[in-house]
Design a protein around this ligand. Structure first.
Ligand SMILES: Cc1ncc(COP(=O)(O)O)c(C=O)c1O
Length: 370
């Protein structure tokens, strides 16, 4: 049975809702704010996070896969728009359309198949089209998009509701790629709108919102900032932290002589130190690269992680605590408002997104509603 003894992961739904509201207030007048809830709402639990965002007024949800979309549709009914960011599987078009999911299509072939298959089954088939404005990942290449613009029959029959593109460097405001992508997206959007005036445009992710109103268009698609990741790295985080994680201690020990700690004997601890071994390791999303670099937190103090992180446990040097604190210590926090997702990511040589989406499933999850 999963209980507090396996670690306590607290997810603050109120903070997520507040972050949503904060982002909506930053948007240009008339821009809607969607929410990216793929990968189980960045690991925090789509079934809990989505209702909190819905109550805050969000009606446009972006997921990565059809399975995620189907689950969300079941939970939320027909009142929301659900966009699948990675297209539709060949052969699954009718299933997708019948579930009321809007795929993001990024080749002409995909778009033609979508239109033909849905038209022959007389199923409504609204869709999104994604163009590559300079990231060179998913998206229609400019030449293919020009071909689409010339195909008036396809444009007439396709129910294109949304034109999307994704920014490669939005978290680096000075990067020239932002302006380049903005100009190519704007130009593409104007051309498509001249032919299909009802199409909405969407470019900005979390960091894109902070690049200014030019980037906002009709609908923004923030994900990470909702969950507390700093959308403007290098400057104070305007978002509220949404997670804290506390690992229970399973052993405390005094080290009487200088000793190597953990697998590989990579780090020594001085004679006279105190160690605490906590339940929670890389199988629980405590990223292994933090070994010997990261820290935990207790009694307002940082406690270094010593040696390599194991699959199920992490060892901390708790020598900095007083005897009384050491004796009463039951758990160590490895994520909290002072040890944020971004800081942990830095210790682990990764990004906050990976810290969140790695969070394990052995913890007791507590959802805070207010
Ligand atoms: C196409 C697309 N839009 C929006 C987002 C949300 O980005 P962020 O989490 O940086 O806000 C993502 C995330 O990966 C994405 O792939």
């Amino acid at each position: 049975m999963n209980d507090f003894r396996e670690g306590l992961l607290s997810i603050n739904l109120q903070s997520i809702a507040d972050n949503y509201l904060d982002l909506t207030k930053r948007l240009a007048t008339g821009t809607r704010c969607g929410a990216v809830v793929k990968a189980d709402a960045y690991g925090l639990g789509m079934s809990q996070v989505v209702p909190a965002l819905y109550r805050q007024g969000c009606r446009d949800f972006f997921v990565a896969t059809q399975t995620e979309g189907e689950r969300l549709r079941k939970e939320l009914g027909d009142s929301v728009r659900i966009v699948i960011l990675t297209g539709v599987r060949a052969g699954a078009e009718l299933e997708c359309a019948r579930a009321g999911l809007m795929p993001t299509l990024f080749t002409l072939e995909q778009l033609r198949n979508w239109v033909d298959i849905c038209a022959s089954a007389k199923v409504e088939a609204p869709c999104a089209v994604k163009i590559d404005s300079g990231m060179t990942r998913l998206g229609m290449a400019p030449e293919e998009f020009d071909e689409l613009l010339k195909d008036s029959q396809l444009l007439h029959s396709a129910e294109i509701r949304l034109l999307l593109s994704h920014l490669a460097c939005a978290d680096e405001p000075q990067h020239p790629q932002n302006d380049f992508q903005l100009r190519s997206f704007k130009e593409a959007g104007e051309k498509l709108r001249a032919l299909c005036p009802e199409v909405q445009l969407s470019l900005a992710n979390s960091s894109g919102i902070f690049l200014g109103e030019d980037y906002h268009f009709d609908i923004a698609r923030p994900g990470s900032a909702l969950y507390g990741v700093n959308p403007i790295p290098g400057t104070p985080n305007p978002m509220r932290p949404a997670v804290s994680l506390s690992l229970p201690i399973v052993q405390k020990r005094y080290v009487s002589r200088e000793q190597w700690v953990g697998y590989g004997a990579t780090q020594q601890i001085a004679a006279g130190s105190w160690l605490a071994v906590a339940r929670g390791g890389y199988a629980d999303g405590i990223i292994r690269a933090q070994g010997g670099r990261g820290c935990g937190w207790a009694y307002g103090r940082q406690l270094p992680i010593i040696g390599r992180i194991s699959m199920d446990s992490t060892t901390f040097d708790i020598s900095a605590l007083s005897q009384e604190e050491r004796e009463s210590l039951q758990s160590i926090e490895v994520l909290n408002k002072d040890l944020t997702v971004d800081e942990v990511a830095e210790y682990a040589g990764t990004i906050g997104y990976e810290v969140l989406t790695s969070l394990g499933h052995r913890y007791f999850r507590r959802y805070i509603k207010s």
